[in-house]
Design a protein around this ligand. Structure first.
Ligand code: SAH
Length: 414
């Protein structure tokens, strides 16, 4: 009798996750997360990052996704099927690229953009930012970590301009202990040694920024404020601008282009302040209108108020996420209230306040309420001019409202 090849080679059979009764509703509505509490039983022994199939309690096929230990057990990659097509990564990345290109986002003046925004591009757990000829990939799930080589290949095959792919996930993967191979570094480096050591400059709306993905925060730059920076530029003419939490100084450089009388950039990180200085120098050499200060935001605002030497009539508050999870919401709201109250107290009459929150756990209404309370405390007359959010290259999947994280208000203060 002939031996079956299955006996010779151990073929891994796809794990099937069966949900509890009535727990399939959110998947039917294309929400891409399966919470561990919704799982009835598991047929198979999945490993972190495996591709698994998900079925209802009755056995109906719901989708295929990445398995992970923890509260979000499966991140769905494809609904209604139990396998992924062979060119899955190419197709998804091509679709993401095509959308950005069709929207006119990639052009001679702008080669800085987010190519993949997780669930917003139907790739939960994956972030890819592009800076000129380099893409920076950040995995937030085990499945994306394990797929990083295929992802890098698909990016360089799809996006003509991209030649280098840098992987930066040491700080974003929450389960390092399960993988010995989580290390930041180049997955593809056509520029070789040069890519490792050179300074990298990319263009955003015609302005140049140094992007340091090796040592910088996140993927090296905050791509999500591109459109909001333009608005700051629009209102900056003749104004005295204070850019709090400036990081690489994006808002500051736009304010200078917009004709600000002077701009002060403040950040508590020495490295950030050094980057702002370099970015201003690159776009506006020997600029006497700009000053960069390394200080804690609250200390700086308090000092300005006490000493009364400086005055500002356009203030930007773009702090880091005060609430990293739902449990921190209360404290975060207090933080936003305290910070905004300081700005309301000191901004000149007729001043414009740009205030942001990038905490996903704090929604639009909560944030607005915190800013409202701060305004009321100051007793100033305040009107809303704009309500801002993230740009088109950070799309929100309509079935996954959690993807909307950036909130901003532009206020006219009398
Ligand atoms: N506005 C920036 C992004 C801000 S990210 C941009 O457009 O790119 C948040 C920044 O706040 C980081 O650079 C961080 O170093 C800084 N930061 C964090 N805590 C701070 C504090 N207490 N005071 C001042 N800066 C702070």
């Amino acid at each position: 009798m002939q031996r079956c090849c299955c006996l010779k080679f151990k073929v891994k059979v796809m794990t099937i996750i069966y949900l509890k009764k009535h727990k399939e509703e959110s998947l039917r509505r294309f929400h891409p997360w399966v919470f561990s509490g919704a799982i009835g039983h598991v047929k198979g022994q999945p490993e972190e990052g495996d591709v698994v199939a998900v079925r209802s309690a009755e056995g109906e096929t719901l989708g295929t996704g990445h398995w992970q230990e923890g509260s979000i057990a499966v991140r769905i990659l494809e609904f209604g099927v139990e396998s992924l097509q062979e060119n899955f990564w190419q197709e998804r990345i091509k679709a993401a690229y095509r959308m950005r290109r069709d929207l006119g986002l990639i052009n001679a003046d702008n080669n800085t953009y987010r190519l993949v925004h997780g669930e917003g591009d139907f790739l939960p757990g994956l972030i890819v930012d592009v800076y000129g000829n380099t893409a920076v990939v950040q995995a937030h799930s085990a499945g994306m970590h394990r797929s990083r080589t295929e992802i890098a290949k698909a990016i360089t095959e799809t996006v003509e301009e991209v030649e280098n792919v840098y992987y930066k996930s040491e700080s974003t993967l929450p389960f390092r202990k399960n993988f010995a191979d989580i290390e930041d570094g180049y997955l593809i480096a056509a520029d070789g040694e040069k890519a490792m050591h050179a300074d990298h400059w990319a263009k955003e709306n015609g302005l140049e920024f140094k992007i340091d993905w090796l040592r910088g925060q996140k993927t090296g730059f905050f791509v999500d404020q591109r459109e909001n920076r333009r608005l700051v530029e629009r209102y900056s003419a003749g104004r005295k601008v204070l850019n709090m939490f400036c990081y690489t100084g994006g808002f500051s450089v736009y304010a200078l282009r917009g004709g600000a009388e002077r701009v002060c950039s403040v950040d508590s990180s020495e490295k950030a302040v050094e980057l702002v200085r370099q970015n201003v120098e690159r776009n506006y050499p020997c600029c006497a209108r700009h000053e960069a200060v390394c200080a804690d935001a609250f200390d700086y605002l308090g000092k300005v108020q006490r000493e009364g030497r400086e005055s500002y009539d356009l203030i930007i508050l773009d702090p880091p996420a005060f609430a990293k999870h739902r449990g921190a919401i209360r404290n975060a709201l207090q933080g936003y209230k305290r910070l905004n109250a300081k700005a309301f107290e000191m901004i000149e009459k007729g001043g414009i306040l740009f205030t942001f929150s990038c905490s996903q756990a704090v929604d639009k209404e909560m944030f607005r309420l915190a800013v409202f309370s701060a305004a009321a405390m100051s007793g100033r007359k305040v009107r809303i001019l704009h309500q801002l959010t993230q740009p088109q290259d950070h799309p929100v999947n309509i079935y996954h409202p959690e993807g909307e994280y950036l909130k901003g208000l532009v206020l006219y203060v009398e």
